[in-house]
Each structure stands twice: as C-alpha cells, then as structure tokens.
Design a protein around this ligand. Structure first.
Ligand code: PLP
Length: 383
C-alpha cells in the first residue's frame, strides 16, 4: 500500500474516533497502573487472580531462568520441549483431567492451531457471532468454510447443525471477552453430541475463575474437559503469564503434533516461563481465597451498578462491560476517568460492533471495595 493511502485511512479512523494509540505504562499490576508518574486504579487488565505479580510466581520465573535459561532455543519438535515444559503439561493434565497438553507461544496461536488443525477440509466451522479474532481469522482460512450462529443462541446453532448434519465442527467460548457472558455449556454440549459435531472451546476467561480449583467453565457446568474435543486456554489471563495451551485426548494431541503449524514452526515457550506457570497453576488450584475475593468483587460491582443506575451487560464473570455506544463518547469518558486516577480503556470498533463502544470493566482479586466505589461514583459524575 502507498504511504499516502495509509495516511488517508489513518485520518479517516481518527475522525471516526477509532484511532488506536499505544500507551506505555511504567508498571502494571492487578490493582494499580503506574503511568506518567501517576498511579491509576486498573480496571482493564486480565490478571483476575493477582498472580502476575505474586512473589512466588516471580521467584519461580527467576529460578527457572537460572536453571534452564531464558529461551527454549527451538520449536518443540526440534529441541524446544524441555523438562519444565513437560512438568507444566503434566500439571495441566492433572488439573483438567486430560490425557495430553500442547503448549503454544500465545492463546491466539493455540486457537488458530485448534481450529485449522481439527476441522477437516470437508467440514464447516460453526462459530459464535462474537468469537474472538483468533478464531475468526482461522475460520477465514478454513477450506471447508464457516458460518456464524447468533451469539449464545442454541436455536440458531441447531439450525446450522441440521443444515450441515455430520459435517460440522462447533467453536465457541466459555466466557466472551468483550461481553463477559457465557453459553449454556451443558445444553450446547448435548446439542453437539446429538449431531456428532466436535466442540472446540476457548476458555481464556473462564480458566482459573470458575469451577473447583479454577478448572474453568466446563467444570463449573458439571462437565468433564472431554465434553469438548479440544480445550484452548491461555496463561495470559488468570494465570498471570503469557502463552497458551490445548488440552485434549492423546489421539487429538498426536494428530495436532503432525499438522498444527503454529506448534511445529514456532519457538517453544520460554522454559523459565513454563516453571513460573506451573507454580501459578499450583497457587490457582490451592488458593481458593483468590477466587472468593474475585467473586466478591464481581458481586459488589453488580450491586454498585444497580445502586448508581449504571446498567452493565448481563455477566457473572470478571468482565463487566458498560455499554456507551458512541466511540467519541467512550473515549471521552475513558480520558476523564484517567484524569481522576482510573484506567479504564474504551473498547471500540472493530473489536466490538460499530456504535457499541464500551467501557469494559475487568475485575481482579487484588482490587479493594473502595476502588470499585470510586469507579462508580466517578462514572456517575461523568455520565
Ligand atoms: C477469548 C480469547 N481467546 C484468545 C485470546 C488470545 O490469547 P493470547 O492473548 O494469549 O494470545 C484472547 C485474548 O487475548 C481472548 O480474549
């Protein structure tokens, strides 16, 4: 593309209030962001359990680097898969009660590998309308094509399953990243089974937050992990790290090992990070107080929303969006909040549909009640 054309497109975006700008924070934690020498309360992160800065996880990373080095130095099938990676996979297998786990450098890559690797070329991918970009991009590349069902609408999915009987793979999320809501997983699994359609589930925002020991959305719905053919989750949310994984059966993992390009042709996770993520999972499993505190904050956030008559989208997760609509207005509110010591990013098109700009409040176990109170009193003043 010519530079002049890029400039024109950038100007158009700016005029529509949709220009994205990178802001460099000095330091980020689950509760506070340090930016331009000021401390702002963080309501935009995904560190749901406060594990990103947990000293034991930090110490594990340091020890991991001392013992194994910083980089894995190769893709998993060459020499990248090392003892800490295997220990992390074993930990996840035990946690989620699955046979096999494959590690990826990001959740984005893991999702792409899952959809592109597991949908056969004569099968249609059926995707929720609000699926994450990583799934949509995979669907766009899938030779068998894709169709989208209405968001969390089992009737809409049912019609597509009838249309593509026995030749469909269903992909959806345990918790939707921009709306914070969830499908009825028990019914969805039943429907997929009725049509023998494999289910591929992204539980990026459910893992660590829901279910016994934080085992995620399937466990919270009383389902075993193998209710989905393959489960994707990442380390960058509740587990406070970076990277992603697929948890599945031995056969599926073996199959993916042959053909998942994001696995085969990409440098394996840092071994130090693998050590840290194992420690993080152990804390996530054993420290129920983190989930209890998060749930308490979620409930308090809903109470404040009712009290201040600032209606949030329906959600029981750590993602509590406040719909604003207009992008310029969402940006303005976000800037005003920042001036008053609150970091709450505006989410705009194309991340969410046009005219559905929102302030996506995200909660963490590290936040205090007074933080939430301040957020809502300030929002009320502004709106
Ligand atoms: C639902 C969902 N899936 C996948 C991803 C991608 O994961 P990662 O950030 O690890 O690449 C994200 C977030 O970034 C997400 O919100």
């Amino acid at each position: 593309m010519q530079i002049a054309q890029m400039q024109q497109l950038l100007a158009e975006r700016e005029q529509a209030g949709l220009l994205r700008r990178l802001k460099t924070a000095q330091q980020v934690s689950g509760r506070v962001i340090r930016y331009q020498n000021r401390e702002l309360l963080n309501f935009s992160g995904n560190d749901y359990l406060g594990l990103a800065t947990e000293p034991k996880v930090v110490a594990a990373l340091q020890q991991g680097a001392a013992d194994y080095g910083v980089g894995s130095s190769g893709s998993p099938l060459v020499c990248g898969q090392q003892a800490p990676h295997q220990a992390l996979c074993d930990e996840i297998c035990d946690w989620l009660n699955v046979d096999a786990v494959l590690l990826f450098s990001s959740g984005f890559a893991a999702n792409q590998a899952m959809l592109l690797g597991l949908a056969a070329s004569d099968e249609t991918l059926l995707l929720d309308k609000l699926s994450h970009a990583s799934m949509i991009d995979a669907a766009l590349q899938h030779p068998g094509g894709y169709q989208r069902f209405l968001h969390n609408d089992l009737g809409s999915l049912h019609k597509l399953l009838q249309k593509h009987s026995n030749k469909a793979v269903v992909a959806t999320e345990g918790v939707f990243s921009m709306d914070g809501d969830s499908p009825d997983l028990a019914k969805l699994v039943e429907l997929c089974q009725q049509y023998q359609a494999p289910l591929l589930l992204d539980d990026a925002h459910g893992l660590g937050v829901f279910g016994p020991e934080g085992a995620g959305s399937l466990a919270a719905a009383g389902l075993a992990t193998d209710a989905s053919q393959c489960l994707m989750a990442n380390f960058g949310k509740a587990l406070g790290g970076q990277g992603g994984f697929l948890a599945t059966s031995a056969v599926v993992a073996d199959y993916l090992t042959q053909n998942a390009r994001h696995f085969i042709y990409s440098t394996a996770l840092s071994p130090a990070l693998a050590v840290a993520m194992r420690q993080s999972i152990q804390l996530c499993r054993s420290q129920q107080w983190r989930r209890d505190k998060l749930i308490e904050n979620i409930q308090y956030c809903r109470e404040l929303s009712a009290q201040f008559e600032l209606e949030l989208l329906p959600s029981t997760s750590a993602i509590q969006p406040l719909l604003i609509g207009d992008s310029h207005k969402a940006m303005w509110v976000s800037q005003q909040l920042a001036a008053k010591g609150i970091w709450l990013s505006a989410i705009r098109s194309p991340t969410v549909p046009l005219h559905q700009a929102r302030l996506r409040i995200t909660l963490s176990a590290l936040q205090q009640k007074q933080d939430l109170k301040l957020l809502f009193t300030t929002l009320k003043e502004l709106l």
